[in-house]
Design a binder for this molecule. Structure first.
Ligand code: GRG
Length: 293
């Protein structure tokens, strides 16, 4: 059931991304080609699906939810392109394909990431994403915070600096909350912003997103230890080799798995006030900890 919902919504997200990304023509064709390669070549589309499913709780028009979700996915894709660069994780494989700097070159990969980041905000600021300018400006503000120094980019900086040092559990949790959790949380809150939900509804969805973000990160780290590189489409065992600090490294596999399930349960409990219409989101929370890629 949930796999079908994720597949169908993911396909609608792909169609929206295809329409929003510039065609690979004109003097900048190489840049547009690299952007399309980075975004359209696979990926689970978890973040935009969360935006669509949370927007559904408020009866938001599908086109608005898909545009906001596509903007989140563009920022996610930019982060993966830059994370794979030699200056960061230096990865050759992503989503089962050569990474952007391998398929193109480093300068093109940097520019493709930069342009995906800016295109995301262009999409959110467009009246086609929502007729109310106050809603659009709140979408822009929240996504900027989640992607910036108090969110994903800040978490990445702390992570890079931590490779050579010991981190306590609380430090690992807070770096992961920034690096991974902020983008998953904003994927959920954008649905509530589009639907002009109450502050309490927004807070519940933010908490849900943060909990599944933490669970998602543990699942990602478990896959790095136990996963099959072919199923994941990227190298396994990289975290330990790079000296990355993870909760799986700290706790071991069994405790980490239990904690991930507990986080998913807590995420589900946060949706109580939404009743039956939140069933898809509850199933996503369970899927996040059961995933193989
Ligand atoms: C370069 C500013 C900047 C940030 C990079 C997201 C990130 C920060 C780095 C990616 C490294 C990584 C493996 C993070 C752990 C969690 C994560 C974001 C995994 C990838 O997300 P998925 O599994 O990927 O949703 P797909 O390919 O399915 O979209």
């Amino acid at each position: 059931m949930i796999d079908a919902a994720l597949r169908d919504t993911g396909a609608a997200v792909d169609r929206m991304l295809d329409a929003l990304l510039p065609p690979p023509s004109g003097p900048q064709a190489r840049l547009f080609e690299a952007m399309r390669y980075a975004v359209l070549g696979g990926g689970k589309r978890l973040r935009p699906c969360l935006t669509v499913f949370t927007a559904d709780l408020f009866g938001v028009a599908r086109v608005h939810a898909l545009r906001a979700g596509a903007a989140v996915e563009m920022i996610h894709a930019y982060s993966l392109v830059h994370d794979d660069l030699p200056a960061m994780d230096d990865d050759d494989l992503r989503r089962g394909q050569p990474t952007v700097h391998i398929r193109f070159d480093e300068a093109t990969a940097i520019l493709a990431g930069d342009t995906l980041l800016t295109l995301a905000f262009e999409v959110l600021a467009d009246p086609q994403t929502h007729p109310d300018p106050a809603v659009r400006s709140e979408l822009v503000r929240l996504l900027a915070v989640a992607a910036g120094g108090q969110g994903m980019a800040g978490g990445q900086m702390i992570d890079l600096m931590a490779e050579q040092s010991d981190l306590a559990e609380a430090d690992i949790r807070s770096l992961q909350a920034l690096k991974t959790g902020a983008m998953l949380a904003v994927s959920c809150t954008l649905g509530a912003v589009l639907g002009q939900g109450t502050a309490a509804e927004r807070a519940a969805l933010d908490g849900f997103g943060r909990d599944i973000g933490a669970a998602f990160q543990i699942a990602d780290d478990l896959l790095d230890v136990e996963g099959d590189a072919a199923a994941m489409g990227k190298a396994a065992g990289k975290d330990a080799a790079a000296g990355k600090k993870t909760l799986v490294g700290l706790w071991g596999v069994d405790r980490a798995r239990k904690e991930a399930y507990a986080l998913a349960d807590r995420a589900v409990a946060r949706l109580d006030s939404f009743g039956a219409p939140a069933e898809t989101l509850r199933a996503v929370a369970q899927r996040v900890v059961n995933r193989q890629n």
